[in-house]
Design a binder for this molecule. Structure first.
Ligand SMILES: NC(=O)c1ccc[n+]([C@@H]2O[C@H](COP(=O)([O-])OP(=O)(O)OC[C@H]3O[C@@H](n4cnc5c(N)ncnc54)[C@H](OP(=O)(O)O)[C@@H]3O)[C@@H](O)[C@H]2O)c1
Length: 281
């Protein structure tokens, strides 16, 4: 079970996330690179839109025409809504077999459920996020037991290269997937709330909104880069910004008084608990 140069890739459900991953693959050209790419949707209008967007790089299909792309696929990226997965897989069931590799972007669907519904044991379960559309996504990948066999080292490596195109991919065991759904999948919404609050603080103190918004976004981008590139602990970097008796320590004390640190951590916990309960339904 290997992924060879010129393999056939089928994105089954090329909506927001499916298209984000597809765009990332086309832009980054990981090796091995697919020789044929299908993107499958539920409607003619979506298929037409995708064909216009990607041109000759892909073959866009919808409805009954999705059977052939699945039949030809070596690798299937599953990008449909979780509640539609069973029905969509059923509609292409005749084309599935145990040799396919499935990379699932679905929240809530476990590797075992995906194996049962797809009939293949070669599953990579991925949780990524919307910044993937801009090449700055984060992705957590868990592999099925069968793919973890050492004879599939190069297959796992190829899958990691495919997923890494969204920005950054890291592997974790499946037991961490609910936490990843929260931290990675919901994380952008939590960060956007913080960003908006920073910008509004600037507005409150007289900075025009558009400038305040750009400042808040760039401050967050720059701070994230500083953590990633320096490798230093965020607490160490934070203490470097705190001049004794200065502005930053004053602001930080207000945030600590209001319990912001615990609230953010608890938000991750709450979203992970909800992800876990959705998976049990
Ligand atoms: N959006 C996020 O922030 C996010 C974050 C992390 C994970 N995810 C996961 O990503 C997955 C996709 O979410 P999304 O937001 O990208 O959904 P989406 O934009 O609604 O995309 C769903 C896709 O499935 C297609 N589809 C519908 N019926 C189909 C059929 N019968 N056969 C083939 N394709 C069909 C849709 O086509 P039509 O356009 O024709 O309906 C559309 O292209 C979800 O499982 C979600 O859990 C999303």
């Amino acid at each position: 079970m290997s992924i060879n140069e010129g393999y056939t890739l089928t994105v089954l459900g090329a909506g927001v996330m499916g298209s984000a991953v597809l765009s990332a693959i086309l832009a980054s050209k990981p090796s091995p690179f697919p020789g044929k790419i299908y993107c499958c949707t539920g409607s003619e209008s979506s298929a037409q839109r995708l064909q216009t967007t990607y041109g000759e790089s892909v073959i866009a299909t919808f409805g009954k025409d999705n059977v052939k792309p699945v039949e030809e696929a070596d690798v299937i990226i599953l990008g449909c809504k979780p509640y539609m997965c069973q029905a969509i897989i059923d509609s292409v069931k005749s084309a599935l077999n145990s040799d396919k590799i499935v990379i699932s972007l679905l929240a809530g669907w476990t590797i075992e459920q995906l194996q049962n519904v797809s009939g293949t044991s070669y599953i990579a379960r991925v949780m990524t996020n919307t910044p993937a559309k801009y090449g700055c996504g984060t992705a957590i990948v868990s592999f099925s037991n069968d793919l973890q066999d050492s004879k599939f080292d190069s297959t796992r490596d190829s899958i990691m290269k495919i997923v890494d195109t969204v920005g950054m991919a890291m592997e974790l065991p499946e037991k961490n997937m609910d936490a990843a759904t929260s931290l990675v999948g919901s994380g952008p919404a939590f960060v956007l709330l913080m960003m908006q609050a920073l910008a509004e603080g600037g507005v409150r103190m007289g900075i025009p909104y558009e400038t305040a918004k750009k400042c808040a976004a760039k401050v967050m981008e720059g701070t994230a880069k500083m953590v990633l590139e320096s490798g230093q602990h965020p607490e160490a970097l934070k203490s470097m910004v705190c001049t004794p008796g200065g502005t930053t320590i004053g602001g930080l004390m207000v945030l600590e008084d209001k319990g912001i640190r615990g609230s953010i951590s608890r938000a991750v916990e709450e979203a992970a608990n909800i992800a876990s309960s959705l998976g049990k339904k």
